[in-house]
Each structure stands twice: as C-alpha cells, then as structure tokens.
Design a binder for this molecule. Structure first.
Ligand code: 5GP
Ligand code: ZN
Length: 113
C-alpha cells in the first residue's frame, strides 16, 4: 500500500483540513510556505495522467472548498501536481499541492542541470 493510501486508511496519522467521501486534504509534513496542503483522492491513482476526467471534475470542486477553508480564495494560491520522473513526483498517488498564505514567487526558476 502506498504512503498516501496508508494516510487514507488511518495507518499513518495526518492533520486533516477537509474530507468527504471521495477526497482528503491534509497538511504537508514538510511545508514550503505558510500554507501547504496536500489534496488527494481516497482511491489510488498513480498521477494526474492516469486519473479519469470525471474524478478531476469533482476534485476541482473539492480543491476550491479547501481554498475557502484555509482562507486563500481571495489572496490567491498556487496549485501544483507533479507527474512522474521528470515532473519530480515522489509519492505515486495523485496529489495536488495547494500552497499560499504568502507570496509564493516565480513558478519556474533555474533549469535543473
Ligand atoms: P511530490 O514530490 O510527490 O509531489 O510531493 C510529495 C509530498 O508529500 C512532499 O511535499 C512531502 O513533504 C509529502 N509527504 C511525504 N510523506 C508524507 C507523510 O507521511 N505525511 C504528510 N503529511 N506528507 C508527506
Ligand atoms: Zn495510494
């Protein structure tokens, strides 16, 4: 079972921000900004690339609710999903990073050598 499936099952504890039948939002263990929430489907999909469009549709709505809940809907935020090796994905269970609570800076910095 992957690490995020273990979080869904309760085997690994998490700081939950919002939850419904299909999705879970919880604080990243290693936050990069004041607010850094991970948003996942409870069902395991490897990445965005393997995720059906209808799941993404309901996930979009859930992500908007998370933004409201943490109070960044007006101030703005960045939403990132890393996909596969070149995308820098470390955990192979679809997740979006919602980061904000302060300015997050430029999207792309230096090219990785
Ligand atoms: P990725 O690089 O796959 O896009 O991001 C994985 C994220 O998961 C990282 O930001 C990392 O800090 C976070 N993470 C890894 N293990 C755990 C964990 O056990 N609990 C929580 N809350 N976050 C985790
Ligand atoms: Zn999983």
């Amino acid at each position: 079972m992957c690490i995020f499936c273990k979080i869904v099952s309760g085997e690994i504890p998490n700081q939950t921000i919002l939850e419904n039948e299909d999705f879970l939002a919880f604080n990243d263990i290693n936050p990069t900004r004041k607010i850094h929430v991970l948003i996942i489907p409870k069902k395991h999909y490897e990445s965005f690339q393997e995720t059906p469009a209808d799941i993404m549709s309901s996930m979009s709505k859930f992500i908007q609710e998370v933004a409201n809940k943490v109070g960044v809907d007006k101030s703005g935020y960045r939403l990132i999903t890393n996909i596969g090796k070149d995308g820098g994905q470390e955990v192979s269970h679809l997740h979006f990073h919602l980061i904000g609570g302060e300015a997050v800076g430029k999207l792309v910095r230096d090219k990785v050598e």
